[in-house]
Write a protein that binds this ligand. Structure first.
Ligand code: ZN
Length: 264
């Protein structure tokens, strides 16, 4: 009770501070504008609108990584299908590096034909499960980031050469042709797939799910959720890989290499 009262009190103080500050600013602005000529008022208005414009531009400015993606003619997936959800794990600390290596990017970029396939997968998913949504964890990824991942995983106690592709050759992500994703429910929460994203262990492999269920390591529901994801992605033309339930390629690496330049 004390806590909720104290929280409410704090909020009302914040609101009071905001509104008081706003009121004071208006009074000061009125005081200033009343003492200047109409020409000066025009100047103040012009300056005020320039400030607003600059703030808006700053808020909407795209990151260096997005600029690189745009130079490669990649497209923001949500421009093709706004129902697809995006939560870029490498733009947070919630990934195997425990570090944000993407900065403030919020959008998922892909080659146009790959994004079209993904929109198809989204349509197939929603025709099967009306309230389900695709939720992207990673899409196009620069080769420079691949090097950071390579350096980190080399020092981890996991099977080498399985979970992170050699940056010298490039991952299919580095060509804008691979996606890491899951399915979310009507509240936008990810379905239970048995392991988190970036779980480097046998429970994340798709090749032995039945035996993992028999061994009590996965439930039937978790495997059924994964199968729904694989089914819609495969129907749209993507290929799964053995070691990660969340990863799908639109093309093999040699084909991606032939079709697209690597994103440095
Ligand atoms: Zn991946």
């Amino acid at each position: 009770m004390h806590n909720s009262q104290s929280i409410r009190f704090s909020i009302s103080r914040i609101n009071c501070f905001g509104s008081c500050f706003l009121s004071m600013s208006i009074v000061l602005l009125q005081a200033c504008t009343s003492s200047v000529s109409s020409t000066s008022r025009v100047n103040i208005d012009t300056i005020a609108s320039a400030v607003v414009e600059e703030t808006t531009l700053e808020e909407e400015s795209i990151s260096e990584m997005e600029e690189t993606f745009l130079q490669h003619q990649l497209i923001d997936v949500q421009t093709l299908d706004s129902s697809i959800l995006v939560d870029l794990k490498y733009a947070s600390n919630d990934n195997f590096l425990d570090t944000n290596i993407y900065g403030n990017i919020k959008k998922a970029y892909l080659q146009k034909e790959v994004a079209k396939k993904l929109a198809k997968a989204s349509e197939i998913l929603q025709s099967t499960c009306d309230s389900c949504r695709l939720l992207i964890y990673d899409a196009a990824r620069p080769q420079s980031v691949q090097y950071k991942m390579w350096e980190k995983i080399k020092r981890m106690p996991v099977q080498q050469g399985v979970y992170v592709s050699n940056p010298a050759k490039g991952s299919v992500h580095n060509f804008g042709a691979a996606i890491d994703l899951t399915i979310a429910n009507h509240r936008g929460e990810p379905l239970d797939m048995g392991t988190p994203f970036d779980y480097f262990g046998k429970e994340a492999w798709i090749t032995s799910e039945d035996s993992l269920v028999r061994a009590g390591k996965l439930t039937r529901e978790q495997v059924s959720n994964r199968r729904l994801l694989r089914s819609v992605m495969q129907k749209a033309g993507f290929r799964a890989i053995p070691s990660e339930w969340w990863h799908f390629n639109a093309y093999s690496r040699p084909k991606a290499q032939e079709l697209f330049p690597i994103i440095k």
